[in-house]
Design a protein around this ligand. Sequence first.
Ligand code: F6P
Length: 358
Amino acid sequence: MRIAISTGGGDAPGLNAVIRAAVMSALDRGWHVLGIKRGYMGLLGEDEVIPLTADSVRGIAHLGGTILRTTNRGNPFQYPVRQPDGSYVDVDRSDELIDNARNLGIEAFITIGGDGSLAIAQKLFEKGVRIVGVPKTIDNDVSGTITTFGFDTAVTTAMEAIDKLHTTASSHDRVLVLEVMGRDCGFIALHSGVSGQAHAILIPEIAWDIENVCAHIMKRDGQGKKFAIVVVAEGVQFEGEQGSLGESMPGQAKRVGGVAEQIAKAIQVRTGKECRSLVLGHLQRGGMPTGYDRLLATRFGGAATEAVANAKWGHMVALQTPHIVPIPLTDVLMKLKRVDPTHDLVRTARRIGISFGD
Ligand code: F6P
């Protein structure tokens, strides 16, 4: 068996641990493994395809990023091709990809990615490609799996940031608004906000009002607690609009973020308290995966190889505690996983005095 591994979309801590586990368990079965560089770019002549051996994956499980590199601009079904006038046209290069894979003797793929990469995997599967997915994203928004690797590391990074904000905010009696990643989902904000003991958490899944946030801050103020930490998921809307962190590149999903600044300004105007904002940004994607993420990633890598051995094409490996199971990609792609506002974590957060601005 000759298999190929690719990593697509935004990186997440734990990618290298998946690659290592998948390669080692494939070699253990006597298979040959190739690594496609930068999503599928390596198979489209835009980058390389390299052999992956025990040597290539030695000592990488604890490293952030991906040794295969990645891209979120390489969808083979809508590949952005630059025209002489500088504009871009989307071209379907999936047949070229499949031909090139066949010429290299690739019999099966393991693709490690988020909702975008998994949707591409499903389309390739529909074209007859033997492919298995591994869910990756710091956002934790992939359905069918209790969690994705990368999420725990991102939450830990955000929680540590909140810990640090506490001391400076309290020293200055300031309100600090921290924006965390997550696109349209509030998992990172919720988990880091509760574990870091923020005073308000704003997420896209719970409708909120700036007046309620300010009332909560002023109630604290009246109790002598002159500072506050507000954690905001980048995907929340303020006055009907999402923040914007600038233009996306061709072929890339819309960039979200920047809403924390608008919220901080509004709180300052309404409360008269000094209010500052910061965007934690890509710090959440970098660095070493936590022990939890390394372990989950390693389990996913091993399970993906097993799914290939069992011909579970068009499936994704998923954590359904206590097991890792293959589930159809079509089930995964039906809807994005989002925070359930009735979840016990939300209820507990409310009971311990955290406001959701609702
Ligand atoms: O999906 C992961 C994620 O980190 C989101 O939380 C964030 O909105 C997006 O990717 C950022 O992507 P990029 O690195 O392309 O700006």
